[in-house]
Design a protein around this ligand. Structure first.
Ligand SMILES: Cc1ncc(COP(=O)(O)O)c(C=O)c1O
Length: 469
């Protein structure tokens, strides 16, 4: 087992801001194009009969960097590619994959067609019919629906932990057939950020991989592998592409889970540890610290087919070039707006984990860091509850001019959504009550417009609330 103890920020030891611009790029030998081109081709030429044979039997691997086969005795890198068909991989997507793996500190990433595809492919590589997964309760509404509907139909069950700080609750939920623990860095809309180190310790005790959705946190603010996560998933639709133009997703392998130890402890992960074909070694033996990602790519994504379009792969790697710059503005404006909203008479509460008034502030300080004024830098998606329940919410939403009324987060544009009648509308009332999804709650995603303009817009909407309730 070649698991790495520490995250690997691959790409020549450069800082995050450099890697987000350069990691994964490769020289274009034909025209010297500086920006990696959009590689719109469904397939790849095989040089001759034997080349086709060796690509299919996995005995040859090609690297994006030099477009050449690995030489005799040359060290194997898990990010090497053996292109057969674009359903399994594409040069535009490899740039995005290598860039994201570098930013998260993982070994290998697999780009897919949406965040939902990333979550389902990541978990299908770990669990099968008859297995079980434990998740925190406040995960994104669409994720809960996916777990409760499609996963259920495929015979994979979920249990939810409501108090992620309560180790005993985790331990009661974990069963002999549990195959993963699932959580998010910054759940929306209620911003109940998770103590990843605590959950990782529980997962490690039970030989379970910890899968973390870092869509809202982003690697610019938090890198889950540094806190003990083993697999990271993203909806790239949000901050990674960043401009609200593309739907995409990705899985990142931390390369830090001991699959053999889990197997010895009775938790089997056959796609990773067992040979799938006579004469071919297991993914673990062949790909070491990139084995999980390889299994997800070859045995799940390739089978089911949630391929990312090369055009969207391009938008993803280009979007990541400015990730930390955008996140600076997203976070600074969110802190200003959350602190301002808290002072407004029409507002009952603001769920921003970085606010000193939040019960999550100490955790925010530890894991996300504080700004110069002592506010935690916990992203730009959070909840605000206005007076007047659903009538107040309606007046607020209708009173906004600059915030877009739409579903979505992590765009350059600011957005507002009413979770009770949208993302959480299919949940039982008692579930929504426990999750804190009340009729007066609105989800805000703060964009990179002028914070003054956004505050003026919010003030206008709160005037409408004051007049209505
Ligand atoms: C935290 C989180 N994960 C996953 C998803 C699903 O992503 P997509 O819409 O790209 O499928 C979303 C979508 O809002 C999300 O907010």
């Amino acid at each position: 087992m070649t698991a790495t103890a520490q995250p690997i920020y691959d790409w020549d030891g450069f800082d995050f801001d450099t890697r987000q611009v350069h990691a994964g790029e490769y020289p274009d030998k034909n025209h010297g194009l500086r920006v990696p081109p959009i590689a719109l081709s469904a397939g790849y030429l095989f040089e001759d009969f034997d080349d086709q044979v060796s690509r299919f039997d996995g005995s040859i691997h090609w690297r994006a960097e030099d477009d050449g086969p690995r030489g005799e005795g040359e060290a194997f890198s898990p990010s090497e590619h053996a292109p057969i068909y674009s359903r399994q991989g594409n040069p535009s997507n490899w740039v995005a994959e290598e860039r994201l793996a570098s930013l998260e500190g993982g070994t290998v990433s697999v780009a897919v067609s949406s965040g939902q595809a990333a979550i389902s492919s990541a978990l299908f590589a770990l669990a099968q019919q008859g297995d079980h997964i434990v998740s925190t309760a406040s995960v994104y509404g669409g994720t809960r629906i996916l777990f409760g509907r499609s996963f259920k139909r495929f015979g994979i069950e979920f249990d939810y932990v409501w108090d992620a700080e309560d180790d005993a609750e985790w331990e009661r939920a974990i069963r002999p057939n549990t195959k993963a623990i699932y959580t998010e860095t910054v759940p929306n809309p209620c911003n109940d950020i998770t103590d990843l180190r605590r959950i990782a310790a529980v997962a490690a005790r039970y030989n379970l991989p910890l899968v973390v959705d870092n869509t809202v946190g982003t690697p610019a603010l938090i890198r889950p592998f540094e806190h003990g996560a083993n697999i990271v998933v993203h909806s790239a639709t949000k901050f990674l592409t960043g401009h609200g133009a593309a739907v995409g997703g990705a899985i990142v392998d931390g390369g830090n889970f001991d699959w053999e130890a889990a197997e010895r402890a009775g938790r089997s992960f056959p796609l990773i540890t067992r040979s799938s074909r006579p004469g071919v070694a297991s993914m673990l033996d062949r790909f070491g610290a990139g084995a999980y990602a390889r299994a997800a790519r070859e045995s799940v994504v390739n089978d089911i087919g949630p391929t990312l379009s090369p055009l969207h792969g391009f938008l993803m790697h280009q979007g990541m070039e400015t990730l930390s710059l955008r996140m600076e503005r997203h976070v600074a404006s969110s802190i200003r707006i959350a602190a301002w909203l808290e002072q407004q008479p029409e507002v009952l509460s603001v769920d921003y984990a970085g606010l000193p008034s939040s019960s999550f502030h100490a955790l925010a300080a530890r894991d996300y860091g504080l700004d110069a004024d002592g506010y935690g830098r916990t992203g730009s998606v959070f909840g605000v509850t206005v007076r007047g329940g659903i009538d107040g919410a309606r007046a607020f939403v209708n009173g906004l001019r600059l915030f877009s009324r739409m579903t979505g987060i992590g765009d350059t544009r600011s957005m507002v959504l009413h979770p009770h009648t949208s993302t959480h509308s299919t949940f039982a009332p008692e579930i929504n009550e426990r999750l804190g999804i009340t009729p007066g709650l609105l989800r805000l995603s703060v964009g990179i417009e002028s914070a003054e303009d956004l505050i003026r817009d919010l003030r206008g909407a709160l005037d409408r609330v004051a007049a209505a309730v």
